[in-house]
Design a binder for this molecule. Structure first.
Ligand code: DGP
Length: 210
């Protein structure tokens, strides 16, 4: 019998929701429980495309909005062969942001429909679960000031949250909402339970496509 595949677990949410901390904790907990697991993050700023994105986010360069959207998408596509290889080998991937950030952030800009924004990611490996770390704009603000990068302001983040809510209406994606307002440990416990469900389900289902 073929080895059991790993699960594709994505964490999404607005800035300051705690995604990166929770991704790291989840990978560690899974490994300690004997599940092979690795973290990935998008944008992956280490590739040639990722470096263009990073300069744009740091406001060191300007790029036309459609162009940068497609670069973010290309940055996901370029990692697909590696993702598939790892999943097939049985490694669970815990991913910090994915196509949903792509659609939510670009469609929060004027003149972009959610429909157009989702198209360039059609066909990407479909997550077994998307854990949405929910945090109100007021709670996000109470976690301190936003940084200096592009998109890091309260009005834009609240538009992004609206777009995420619209994306969560898509029942073809396995969205699970996580209350991110609790303690780091409580949030972790919730995420770990939901992730184990996804890992078990993935063992009997083929990897889908967005
Ligand atoms: P992070 O490294 O997780 O802080 O993400 C960098 C920023 O880029 C963050 O503000 C969210 C935004 N972002 C992530 N993915 C995409 C995407 O695909 N498209 C756009 N427009 N923005 C994205």
């Amino acid at each position: 019998m073929a080895a059991k595949r790993g699960a594709l677990i994505v964490l999404e949410g607005v800035d300051k929701a705690g995604k990166t901390t929770q991704c790291k904790m989840l990978v560690q907990a899974l490994q300690q429980s004997g599940y092979p697991a690795e973290m990935m993050r998008f944008p992956d700023r280490s590739t040639t495309i990722g470096k263009l994105i990073s300069a744009y986010l740091e406001k060191k360069s300007e790029l036309e909005d459609h162009t940068v959207h497609l670069l973010f998408s290309a940055n996901r596509w370029e990692m697909v062969p590696e993702m598939k290889r790892k999943l097939e080998q049985g490694t669970t991937l815990v991913v910090d942001r994915y196509a949903f950030s792509g659609a939510a952030f670009t469609s929060a800009k004027p003149g972009f429909s959610l429909d157009w924004c989702t198209r360039s990611d059609v066909g990407l490996p479909k997550p077994d679960v998307v854990l949405f770390l929910q945090l109100s704009p007021a709670e996000a603000a109470s976690r301190g000031r936003y940084g200096e990068e592009r998109y890091e302001d309260a009005a834009f983040q609240s538009a992004v949250l609206d777009r995420f809510r619209q994306l969560m209406d898509d029942s073809s994606v396995n969205w699970k909402v996580v209350d991110a307002s609790g303690s780091v440990d409580d949030v972790h416990k919730d995420i770990a339970l939901k992730s184990l469900d996804a890992i078990h389900a993935a063992q009997t289902q083929p990897l889908g496509e967005l």
